[in-house]
Design a protein around this ligand. Structure first.
Ligand SMILES: Cc1cc2nc3c(=O)[nH]c(=O)nc-3n(C[C@H](O)[C@H](O)[C@H](O)COP(=O)(O)OP(=O)(O)OC[C@H]3O[C@@H](n4cnc5c(N)ncnc54)[C@H](O)[C@@H]3O)c2cc1C
Length: 299
C-alpha cells in the first residue's frame, strides 16, 4: 500500500525542526517503523519532519561518565563506534541484536527509544544504564525549550513514551559502565533479526573480584523495560567461572515472577516467562565472565 499524502520537511537545525513540529506533524528518523505504519495507513500525519539531516544531531559524544547520542545517529554508527563501546560495552552487545544490518543502517538509536517498543533492545539498555533523554520544543517566543527525562519516567507503556506533541527527542544519554562492571545482552527470537520473544540486559559489578551488585532489564516480557536489582544472592561471591549458578538461577526465578508477559501469535505468555528465567541466569553468568575479563584491565 501507499502512504496517505503528507508534507515533507527536512530542516537543517533543531530550532527549525521544533518550529515545524509545533505546527503539527511527526518526526521522521530512520523510517524503519514509521514508514510501514504509514504504508499500512495506521497513522496519517499532516507533515513529516525529517531530522536525519540536522548536523548538530549527528554526533556521538563519549565522556568518562556518559555516551551521548544525537537523534540522527544510526544504529550502525553507534554499533561501530569504538570509544562508545569501550565506555559502555552493553551498547554494542545489544545493538547486534537490533533487527538486520540493513535496518540498522537506516534506523536511529533515538528513534527506537522514541518508538518505545517493549521489544526494542535499546529500551532495556537505556533503562539499565540509568539513561536520560533530552527533548526540545518551540517556546512561545520561538525559542528552543529543552527538558530532560530519566529512562525510568520516559517509557510509559507499549509504544508510548513521554513525548508531548511538538516535541523532538534530541539526544539519549547512556551512563558509562565502570571498568569493574561486566555486561551482557542475551535474547531468543524465532529467526535471526526478528523481534525477540524475550531478551535480558545484565550488569554485574565486581570492584574487588567479588560480586557487589547485579542488575537486569528485560525486553518483550513487560509493558516497559523491567529493571531489577538481583545481586543479593550472589553478593560477596568471587568471579570464578563457577560463580553462583544457583544464585543466578534464583535471580531468574525472581525476574520470571515479576514480569508480565503477554501471549501473541509468536509465543504463549508462559513460554516468555520461562525464557525470562533462563535468559536472566544466562545473561548474569555472561556478565560475570565479562567482569572477570575486565577486572585485570581495571587493576
Ligand atoms: C523487519 C524489522 C525488524 C525489526 N526488528 C527490530 C528489533 O529486533 N529490535 C528493535 O529494537 N527494532 C527493530 N526494528 C525497528 C527498527 O529498529 C527501527 O529503526 C526503530 O524502531 C525506529 O527507529 P527509526 O529511526 O527507524 O524511527 P522511525 O521509524 O523514523 O520513527 C519511529 C517512531 O518514533 C518517532 N520518532 C523517531 N525519532 C524521534 C525523535 N528523535 N523524537 C521524537 N519522536 C521520534 C517517529 O515519529 C515514529 O513515531 C525492526 C524493524 C523492521 C522493519
Amino acid at each position: 500500500m501507499k502512504p496517505p499524502p503528507f508534507e515533507y520537511h527536512a530542516p537543517d537545525t533543531v530550532a527549525e525542526a521544533v518550529r515545524r513540529l509545533g505546527e503539527g506533524g511527526k518526526v521522521l528518523a530512520g523510517g524503519q517503523s514509521l514508514i510501514p505504519l504509514l504504508n499500512m495507513r495506521l497513522t496519517a500525519p499532516r507533515a513529516l519532519v525529517d531530522v536525519t539531516g540536522i548536523e548538530e544531531l549527528r554526533a556521538v559524544e563519549v565522556s568518562s561518565d556518559t555516551v551521548r547520542v544525537g537523534a540522527a545517529v544510526r544504529h550502525r554508527d553507534l554499533e561501530r563506534h569504538r570509544e562508545a563501546g569501550e565506555a559502555n560495552p552493553l551498547l554494542p552487545q545489544a545493538l547486534g541484536y537490533v533487527a538486520h544490518e540493513v535496518i540498522r543502517n537506516r534506523g536511529t538509536v533515538v528513534g527506537s527509544l522514541a518508538h518505545a517498543d517493549p521489544a526494542g533492545e535499546l529500551t532495556a539498555v537505556l533503562a539499565l544504564c540509568d539513561g536520560v533523554v533530552e527533548l526540545a520544543r518551540a517556546g512561545d517566543g520561538g525559542e528552543v525549550v529543552t527538558r530532560r527525562v530519566s529512562a525510568s519516567d520516559f517509557f510509559l507503556g507499549p509504544l508510548e513514551a513521554d513525548i508531548a506533541p511538538g516535541e523532538l527527542v534530541t539526544h539519549a544519554e547512556f551512563a558509562a559502565l565502570p571498568a569493574t562492571t561486566g555486561s551482557a545482552f542475551v535474547e531468543r527470537a524465532r529467526r535471526h533479526g526478528d523481534y525477540a520473544l524475550c531478551g535480558i540486559a545484565a550488569t554485574v559489578d565486581a570492584p574487588d573480584g567479588e560480586v557487589a551488585a547485579a542488575r537486569i532489564a528485560t525486553i518483550s516480557v513487560h509493558p516497559t523495560p523491567l529493571v531489577l536489582d538481583v545481586g543479593d544472592a550472589a553478593a560477596g561471591r568471587s568471579l570464578e567461572p563457577a560463580t553462583a549458578p544457583e544464585a543466578w538461577s534464583a535471580a531468574g526465578e525472581r525476574v520470571a515472577a515479576a514480569c508480565e508477559p503477554e501471549a501473541d501469535l509468536h509465543a504463549p505468555a508462559e513460554y516468555r516467562r520461562h525464557l525470562a528465567s533462563v535468559l536472566t541466569a544466562r545473561a548474569l553468568a555472561q556478565a560475570s565472565a565479562h567482569a572477570r575479563d575486565r577486572v585485570p584491565a581495571a587493576a
